[in-house]
Design a protein around this ligand. Structure first.
Ligand code: DOR
Ligand code: ZN
Length: 424
């Protein structure tokens, strides 16, 4: 295994230092970090971050390998600065058994570009009717701790309660896609002025907020851990603040796209902007940014949702919801003003803690697993969908010039990205 000496990287407190990476760990930090025979990486002007951790990634394997595979999604993740991703369960077949989560886990190990931690489905087939084999998934080789029907809401309150009760035994988490389905029948975009003008059926904020309030109360009643996927409204932020003040064990994520884009994008009728939950008005965007700064929203998660051309480049009404996110997340959150320390907290330290990914989310220090990313803070780049590593092209940032670029990513001391290019 090659030893690396990273010279002159700025760690998040701003000071420049040297990092010696040997045998998978950070062997030394600072001026005493000298390694005979080490390969030297000149990191002058670069920022060293703990490797990013995504709690919400759709890798599409098994079932839709035309849109993404575990390997192509892992490569996109590494290029985005990630060292771990949590793979959502809405594959085909659904990841609702020990067999499927073990398959995804093994594919992740074989690709070897990021740690792929499978998420298990809450209900069989995501159908919302019967609990899946949560215990079997938890005790499988994949050691599942997060369960989610993402893409669908666990709408039945009795089933949600039972899921929360079940995961409590192993300190698991239920990650809810908060959408009261009876309020979003036929919905195409955020319900508001723009939807009224465009004549598209609206997805009202209350459909999200009602479920978050209900599930926070259920989590309190049961004493379990609840996570809310892709929070998108100012009202949701108020409910989360209330729940946290009350001591309820709830955490929440926001996506890069909900931090940057608004519902006016739908005016183009370009389905690349169709996503679930939908893009919201600027007042919601402002509330989400403030909530992230305050910590009411704990983490940024990508909801990387690759879709094949035929599922996306069609009429708005027929297009699948979802956007690519892994390769642009760091630049997008930087563009909305997050500091490097906030990025380390919200995209690495806290998601690693929530997901129980103990090898990740740690700042470089002697003995710590060498999962880290080097970023050029002065670089800018223009997003070209054809140049992305994802098998899909549905990025909403095509043609946009964004700040900051990942130069290198290390997974347990081995580079997955060097000079901004995937090593494999
Ligand atoms: O936009 C979305 N796409 N939202 C989801 O909840 C699911 C995801 C997908 O799987 O494509
Ligand atoms: Zn979702």
């Amino acid at each position: 295994m090659t030893t690396y000496l990273i010279k002159g990287a700025a760690i998040v407190d701003g000071s420049a230092t040297d990092l010696l990476i040997r045998d998978g760990v950070v062997a030394a930090v600072g001026r005493d970090a000298t390694g005979r025979g080490a390969e030297v990486i000149d990191a002058d002007g670069l920022v060293a971050l703990p490797g990013l951790v995504d709690l919400h990634t759709h890798l599409r394997e098994p079932g839709r390998e035309d849109a993404e595979t575990v390997e192509s999604g892992s490569r996109a993740a590494a290029l985005g600065g990630y060292t771990a991703v949590c793979a959502m369960a809405n594959t085909d077949p659904v990841a609702d058994t020990a067999g499927v989560v073990e398959q995804v886990y093994r594919l992740g190990r074989a690709a070897g570009l990021v740690d792929v931690q499978p998420i298990g489905a809450v209900t069989v087939g995501l159908a919302g009717e019967r609990l899946a084999e949560l215990g079997a998934m938890a005790t499988s080789a994949a050691r599942v701790r997060i369960f989610s029907d993402d893409g669908h809401c666990v709408a039945d309150p009795r089933l949600m309660r039972r899921a929360l009760e079940y995961v409590k035994a192993f300190d698991g988490i239920v990650a809810q896609h908060a959408e009261e389905p009876r309020l979003t029948v036929g919905a195409q975009m955020h319900e508001g002025d723009v939807s009224a003008r465009l004549g598209l059926t609206g997805w009202p904020a209350v459909a999200e907020e009602a479920i978050i309030a209900r599930d926070a109360l259920l989590a309190e009643h049961v004493g379990s851990r609840l996570h809310i996927c892709h929070v998108s409204t100012a009202g949701s932020v108020e409910i989360l603040r209330w729940a946290k003040q009350r001591g309820i064990r709830v955490t929440a994520e926001v996506t890069p796209h909900h931090l940057l884009l608004t519902d006016t994008r739908a005016e183009s009728y370009d389905p690349v902007f169709k996503v679930n939950p939908p893009l919201r008005p600027s007042a919601d965007v402002a509330a989400l940014r403030a909530a992230l700064a305050e910590g009411v929203i704990d983490v940024v998660a990508t909801d990387h949702a690759p879709h094949a051309v035929e599922d996306k480049e069609c009429e708005w009404g027929y297009a699948r919801p979802g956007m690519l996110g892994l390769e642009t997340a760091l630049s997008v959150v930087r563009s909305v003003g997050l500091s490097w320390d906030a990025i380390a907290t919200r995209l690495s330290r806290v998601p690693a803690r929530i997901g129980g990914l103990t090898e990740h989310g740690q700042d470089p220090a002697p003995g710590v697993p060498a999962n880290l990313t080097l970023v050029d803070p002065a670089a800018t780049w223009t997003v070209d969908p054809a140049a992305l590593a994802s098998r899909s092209r549905n990025t909403p940032y095509a043609g946009m010039t964004l700040p900051a670029r990942v130069v290198a990513t290390f997974l347990r001391g081995s580079p997955t990205v060097l000079d901004g290019k995937a090593v494999r």
